[in-house]
Structures are given as C-alpha cells and as structure tokens.
Design a protein around this ligand. Structure first.
Ligand SMILES: CC(C)(COP(=O)(O)OP(=O)(O)OC[C@H]1O[C@@H](n2cnc3c(N)ncnc32)[C@H](O)[C@@H]1OP(=O)(O)O)[C@@H](O)C(=O)NCCC(=O)NCCS
Length: 325
C-alpha cells in the first residue's frame, strides 16, 4: 500500500477534525474540501467568511457543509473562555493583554482550538513562515508527557523504499538526552508509516573508530535512548554506511541488531540532518515528506510556503493519523 493510502485507511471512520488557520488560501481550501468529500476528515476553516466564499467561487469549490469560523465573529463567551485558557497556560510568561493580542493571530487562535480539544489537529504554514506555526504549538500545546522537546522528521521515499530522517527541521543543537529523545520519537513516526523501526544514531565514527566529544555524545545518546525504549532496536554511534550497507555493518559493527539494516536515521545536529535529507532528495531522487513534527502533545503540521494543494492534502492526512495514534 502506498504511503498515503495507508494513512487514509488509518483515519477513515475516525471522525477527526483538523483546523486550517489559512482558510482563505485557495490551496488550503481546495485540499480541505477534497478531504471532506473523500470522507477522510472534517476540516474547520478559519478566516473571513466573505473572503473564503470569494475564493471558493473563483475556483468552483462547493462550500456546502464546510465549517468556517471567523475569529472576529467568534461568540463572546467562547472568546472569553479561550482567552482565560490562554492566560492560564501562559501564566508568568505573558500578560492577559499580551494573550488577547496573541489571539488576534490566526495561528494562535487555531492552536487554542487544538489545545481546548475543539479540534484534533492543525495544519498551517502555506502563507505563514515556520516560526509562526511552530511557536504557538511549542508555547501552548507543548510536548507530550515525558518528552522535553519536539523535533522534525522527514519520511524519505522512493518506490517501496521508506526511511525516517530526523531531526532535520527544529533543534539546531542536540545534546545527548535530546538526541536520545529524537531517536525514540522517530521510531514512533516510523510506525505511523508502517515502517518497523531500526534506529541508527549517526556519527562520523562507528563504535569508537574515531574519538572526540561529538562521538561520545552520539554513543551516550544511544545508551540513553536504549534506557528510554529498551525494546526498540537501535544502535550508535554508527556511520551512515555501517548503518545502511549490510556488508559494511557486518564488518564495522558485528553483532549489531541495526547496523546494515537501519531505516530510521537520527542525525547529531540540525546542520547534518538538514543537509542529509536534501542530499537524499536531490542526489538520491527520494521524495521528502515533511517536516513531521514529533513529540507534540497534539499534532500540528507546518507546510512549506511553496506547497501545492496536493501537499496540503497529504500533510493533513499525516496530521489526522498522528491524532489517531
Ligand atoms: C522552532 C523555532 C522557530 C522556535 O523558535 P523560538 O520561538 O525563537 O523559540 P524560543 O527559544 O523563543 O522558545 C519559544 C517557546 O518554545 C519552546 N521551545 C523552543 N524549542 C523547543 C523544542 N525543540 N521543543 C519544545 N519546546 C521548545 C521554549 O521552551 C519556549 O517556551 P516558553 O515560551 O513556554 O518558555 C526555532 O527553534 C527555530 O528556528 N528552529 C530552526 C528552524 C529551522 O530553521 N529549520 C530549518 C528549515 S526546516
């Protein structure tokens, strides 16, 4: 089954609701209506009703049964409840005046709908830069219990080959505990896509072949990840070839449960992770699906501003599937 049919099967019948703060954008609107018509999820569009209607008319979209919320027309009692919840959540960090200001921003409004369980997830970023989508989620939804940080993974796929690469999007630096968390989160993401995870924590060294602080960090991260998830097949530190190529793995890391067979690759920092996924994409011909935010207490996904309607559709499937898990 292809990647997205698998996700569609997971969410069908689950009655998941996803909020789209950029409801006036035609790519968002087109994807949201298709998702609704395909019976996969219920979209909630944020924006000015007249503006959304104008975009729908221009593109021949049928808005029947599509739920639209204009934040400016949100009932006073609901507005107050949202403000109270935000003030409480941001206690000591933002004043009530700042919280009221924040709610004028559709990304914060949408994030609050997720936080208050009015919807199951949020998809945004077709118009807004990454920080505008991710920051409210970090500040309000925060991480899953037991998790200290979120990270960003890409599913790399070509034909029937599927791999997870992380963190390629969020944490600029990772210490050993952070890298261990990314390893465990990435295994969860792998399962979402029916990948049976074998996790490699990557370095320029395999099992002590080189020395130094950077190598120690990755080896320590592997130990910590093992403590966090004792049943998860993982190993590190491994070079990419030892992780991926069976003969090299057997030679450089004999006896490893992962070397030579890894399908989840955890990078030691954002620099290597971001470069790594783009090399696989551009030189290796892999499709890069993501970034998929992992570790958040409820799913929020960031689109690329260069996205098209199909990208919005696919990212929404991922977001809804994360909320099922
Ligand atoms: C994601 C990002 C935008 C957050 O930036 P920011 O808003 O400046 O972050 P701040 O440090 O001010 O933190 C804001 C809040 O998020 C939290 N936070 C930041 N990073 C976090 C993480 N990785 N996990 C969990 N929480 C995090 C902070 O604790 C803080 O919470 P608080 O307000 O309740 O104290 C930033 O990490 C970033 O720019 N990362 C790199 C993104 C990038 O360029 N990627 C490459 C291209 S895809």
């Amino acid at each position: 089954m292809d990647l997205f049919s698998g996700l569609a099967a997971k969410i069908k019948g689950q009655n998941k609701t996803i909020v789209f703060p950029e409801g006036e954008d035609e790519r968002i609107l087109g994807a949201a209506i298709r998702l609704q018509n395909d019976g996969l999820l219920t979209p909630v569009l944020l924006g000015e009703k007249n503006q959304i209607k104008a975009t729908a008319d221009k593109n021949g979209f049928d808005l029947t049964n599509v739920q639209i919320i204009d934040p400016k027309e949100y009932p006073d009692a609901d507005k107050q409840a949202m403000l109270d919840a935000l003030v409480e959540r941001r206690k000591g960090k933002n004043t009530p005046e700042q919280a009221a200001e924040m709610l004028k921003d559709v990304s914060y409004f949408g994030t609050m709908l997720v936080y208050m369980h009015k919807v199951d997830g949020m998809v945004s970023g077709a118009v807004h830069p990454t920080g505008d989508t991710v920051r409210p989620a970090l500040q309000i939804i925060k991480t899953k219990p037991g998790s200290k940080r979120i990270s960003g993974a890409f599913i790399m796929q070509k034909g029937d080959q599927r791999f997870v690469f992380a963190d390629c999007a969020i944490n600029i630096e990772l210490d050993a505990p952070a890298m261990a968390e990314v390893a465990v989160q990435s295994a969860t993401t792998a399962k979402l896509f029916d990948i049976d995870p074998k996790v490699a924590l990557l370095s320029f060294s395999t099992k002590g072949s080189a020395k130094g602080e950077m190598v120690t960090k990755v080896a320590d991260a592997a130990k910590m990840a093992h403590e966090l998830a004792p049943d998860l097949p993982l190993d590190g530190e491994l070079q990419f070839d030892a992780a991926f190529v069976e003969s090299v793995g057997a030679q450089k890391a004999p006896g490893s449960a992962v070397a030579g067979h890894a399908n989840v690759f955890v990078f030691p920092d954002l620099q290597s992770g971001n470069i790594g996924y783009k090399i696989a994409q551009r030189l290796g011909g892999f499709e890069a699906v993501g970034p998929i935010l992992q570790g958040l207490n409820a799913p929020v996904s960031d689109l690329s501003r260069g996205c098209n309607e199909e990208d919005v559709y696919k990212v929404s499937l991922i977001t809804a599937a994360q909320s099922v898990e």
